[in-house]
Design a protein around this ligand. Structure first.
Ligand SMILES: *Cc1c(COP(=O)(O)O)cnc(C)c1O
Length: 306
């Protein structure tokens, strides 16, 4: 069963003018649970259900948890999400709307995740937010859709948290014969775990995350993302929180879509005419979306960072 939708692929006049090249947007902000995550999560949940899973367990209070909750409701299976005390009311509210059971536990994600893992029984499936080959296979569908549309971009811009989206897009480019299309991998300065891994040559654990782009806040990327960084062209780029939030505000005006700073980080590259885009005539930006930031929250960050 396919739980994600084929999303629109549109050329952005505003972003093309800002960056001086043709900018195409893959609008995964329009996925029913609000982000690209349902591609991989939907694929993984469907597969785990086929193998006999009777319940899904997640430890994400963000878009991954929302995607699991959505997938469970669609597949008719219960979902338990363990989230830390720091999880916003907005995120809990969204999980409730998907009928997920929410357990609030622990001061940080580590503790919530430990409890979630301990709850996983023989007939349950645990859904990792970014480190599972089934997720990458599912995320790769995003590139299949682009290939089917007939557009071949000269580069793909995407945001990196734990590296699941990166691994899926790299797999999608690979399976469509597009290994020569570079990926521009964007993080904020305070959540630069992929950047650190590329420089170290292996995944490294950041001491802390310090960014409003909470969906990019994985302290350590998956090994698969590091593997791709060694076997294909990936340019690791960092932007400020301020640029990411400003891009969210401009994108809301230009395209009437509210996205998280995690997604604004990628859009910022085009809005600011970043040098990293200069070699390319046609650029595809993965508009990964994100449902957890309200317009009030974006405006508050914007004031605080100004
Ligand atoms: C999860 C997420 C990311 C990062 O994806 P990873 O697979 O963790 O690298 C980026 N943007 C949004 C909106 C997300 O939800």
């Amino acid at each position: 069963m396919k739980l994600h939708i084929d999303t629109p692929l549109v050329e952005s006049r505003a972003l093309s003018l800002h960056s001086g090249r043709s900018v195409w947007l893959k609008l995964d902000a329009l996925q029913p649970p609000g982000s690209f995550k349902i591609r991989g999560v939907g694929h993984a949940c469907t597969e785990y259900a086929r193998r006999g899973a009777r319940r899904f367990v997640s430890s994400s209070g963000g878009n991954a948890g929302l995607a699991v909750a959505y997938a469970g409701r669609k597949l008719g299976l219960p979902v338990t999400v363990v989230v830390p005390q720091t999880t916003s009311n907005r995120a809990k509210e969204l999980l409730q709307l998907e009928n997920a059971e929410i357990i609030v536990h622990g001061a940080s994600w580590q503790e919530a995740n430990a409890l979630a893992v301990s709850l996983v029984g023989a007939t349950d499936a645990f859904l990792h937010p970014f480190d599972d080959p089934l997720l990458w296979q599912g995320h790769a569908s995003l590139i299949d859709e682009v290939a089917q549309s007939g557009l071949k971009p000269d580069a793909v811009v995407l945001s990196v948290g734990g590296g699941g989206l990166l691994s899926g897009v790299a797999e999608g480019l690979h399976r469509n014969g597009w290994n020569n299309v570079p990926i521009i991998a964007v993080e904020t300065h305070g959540a630069a775990s992929f950047h650190a891994a590329v420089h170290a040559g292996h995944a490294v654990q950041l001491e802390a995350i310090n960014s409003v782009a909470t969906s990019l806040g994985a302290k350590k990327v998956c090994d698969q993302a590091v593997h791709w960084s060694k076997t294909r062209l990936i340019d690791s780029v960092l932007v400020s929180d301020r640029s990411a939030v400003a891009a969210c505000e401009r994108f809301l005006d230009d395209h009437r879509l509210l996205v998280e700073p995690a997604c604004g980080a990628s859009l910022a590259l085009a809005y600011e005419g970043a040098v990293q885009l200069e070699p390319f005539k046609t650029v595809l930006i993965v508009v990964c979306g994100g449902a957890t930031a309200t317009v009030d929250q974006i405006r508050q960050w914007s004031r605080e960072l100004a």
